[in-house]
Design a protein around this ligand. Sequence first.
Ligand SMILES: Nc1ncnc2c1ncn2[C@@H]1O[C@H](COP(=O)(O)OP(=O)(O)OP(=O)(O)O)[C@@H](O)[C@H]1O
Ligand SMILES: [Mg+2]
Length: 339
Amino acid sequence: MPDNVPRLELQGVSKKFGKTSVLDRIDLKVMENEFFAILGPSGSGKSTLLRTVIGIERPDEGKILINGKDVTDLPANKRNLSVVFQSYALYPNMTVYQNIAFPLKMRHLTPEAIKKRVLPTAERLGITDILQKNVTKISGGQKQRTALARALVREPAIFLLDEPLSNLDARVRFRAREELRSLQVGLRQSFVYVTHDQFEVSNIANRVAVLHNGKFEQISSFKELYEYPETKWVGDFIGNYPMNFLPASMVAGDGTEGEAGFRTEWIEVSDSGIDCEVQSGETVGDINFLYCVKDDSHFIVKHDRYVEPGSRLKCSVGRCNLYVDGKLVKKDILGQQQR
Ligand SMILES: Nc1ncnc2c1ncn2[C@@H]1O[C@H](COP(=O)(O)OP(=O)(O)OP(=O)(O)O)[C@@H](O)[C@H]1O
Ligand SMILES: [Mg+2]
């Protein structure tokens, strides 16, 4: 299979439930070895998109291609995809081994052949010592790895994961995220990873597609989403803090039309610059977050000192992008930070 044929391609895929349009002419290409993330708020249509790719939902319009072949009319079990759902959907009356072996058994592989695939996969995921345990008796993290192992042994064309970490508690989740990343690097396979949590994919994904109102608002690296959101909506959605927006004339000089968009860490407290009022402040460790207001615009400044609410502060913006009608029209109208 040549590298330039997308492993997965969607061409103008639309899906409605009744009168509600959930997916609106979605185009997408996932390449060989790519970790592709689909990120969007709850209800934005992420699971619907995945279910359409799998073949559980049928698109109203458009085509789905796997390895260049049109599979739009193929049933789910003929598409050679592996899916890990949020719930893991493990078979509760079986052991870890039996769960992982199940898809191979369905393909009528001999017990010997099954063992040859299950053991190395379990080894790679670090679950060899629990293979004989019933899945109701293992931890959340172990369940996740069992579900991944079961998906892996099938040697699918693509891996699809729908919020696979959301059932784990925060601490385990951090580790699971790291494991997933090293797994993908080791596997060199294509992944489509669906989540509402940007921090699950910010370090893993080669590309991230932001789903909003049934369309991809932006498809790029996470760094690009963060530094150069193509719309104000993306700027607001991405990051620990929303991107700040002020009239461009205030930041970049008189006569500049539109709005300047800048991240909190691109602002410096200085003697010159924009005069604003501190409305409230919050201290986290040794950083102070100051909620400032200038005319009707609000923005957050990170500062090494706590400043009493009601005080005035002067800020200068070191770097910003230009937005007109909510859309990015120019990057870095004020220079760029050192990298
Ligand atoms: N079978 C269905 N019938 C009718 N409406 C549906 C159906 N499945 C999903 N929807 C609607 O489609 C929209 C998208 O749902 P979907 O489950 O794809 O969102 P999501 O992005 O996966 O959300 P979450 O992050 O909460 O999992 C929602 O408004 C949902 O109510
Ligand atoms: Mg969902």
